[in-house]
Design a protein around this ligand. Structure first.
Ligand SMILES: Cc1cc2nc3c(=O)[nH]c(=O)nc-3n(C[C@H](O)[C@H](O)[C@H](O)COP(=O)(O)O)c2cc1C
Length: 201
């Protein structure tokens, strides 16, 4: 089957692309809103794309009422954000925090989360998350009126005890249980791993 994207509706394209390109990592982004409310929400159009310089990308569409997502608004205002990573223990809270709340309400409260100060950026990180990437905006690219991509320079990695080996800087195979997004409300664990022959650097 060949599907020309120009011949599909926006919803059909969305479902096709998010169903095919799986699993996707999840950026659980935390920011302070202008009114001092701690905001967080998940974004799975996300990945790291480079280590020199250390970069990640996240892309945003609009809220259902057409307004800019609070996360993007806060990123545009401050030029900074925190990407928290999601594990099995925080999956439910992440999902709950995707609700479109009013700017006066905090997803931290709704999902039972605790904001703690980040080290190098002015936004909070999520205390319950296993790891967090503190980011400064490297550039923003708008793709038409409905889609904007933010490229973030990662300036600091925070991880809770047991996730990163302090000497080797390697990630623990047992102390970190990240999840991925499939589509709709479906997620996957990363428990089924396998090795192929040959050594990579
Ligand atoms: C797992 C998951 C992944 C999501 N990925 C994205 C995404 O990549 N881009 C986006 O704009 N919205 C995405 N959303 C929807 C946002 O989380 C949702 O619109 C949220 O209410 C935005 O909150 P904010 O207005 O406080 O920023 C995703 C939702 C879930 C549950």
């Amino acid at each position: 089957m060949d599907l020309e994207l120009a011949g599909l509706s926006q919803v059909e394209r969305y479902k096709l692309l998010i169903g095919l390109v799986i699993p996707r990592p999840i950026a659980w982004i935390s920011t302070w809103s202008e009114n001092g409310v701690a905001n967080c929400a998940p974004f799975s159009f996300f990945n790291v794309i480079s280590e020199e310089p250390p970069l990640c990308v996240v892309s945003f569409n609009r809220r259902s009422d057409g307004a800019i997502k609070h996360t993007l608004k806060n990123i545009r205002r401050t030029g900074e954000f925190v990407v928290n990573l999601v594990d099995e223990a925080t999956a439910n809270a992440m999902h709950v925090s995707s609700a479109e709340l009013a700017e006066s309400e905090s997803e931290f409260d709704a999902a039972g989360l605790t904001p703690v100060p980040a080290a190098m950026v002015r936004h909070p990180r999520i205390a319950q998350a296993p790891a967090a990437l503190e980011c400064r905006v490297e550039r923003r690219i708008e793709f038409g009126p409905e889609r904007e991509m933010v490229v973030g320079e990662i300036v600091l990695v925070h991880a809770r005890e047991g996730v990163i080996d302090a000497d080797t800087k390697r990630i623990s195979q047992t102390g970190y249980a990240p999840i991925g997004r499939l589509f709709a409300s479906r997620y996957c664990t990363t428990r089924q791993r396998f090795d192929l022959p040959g050594e990579l650097a």
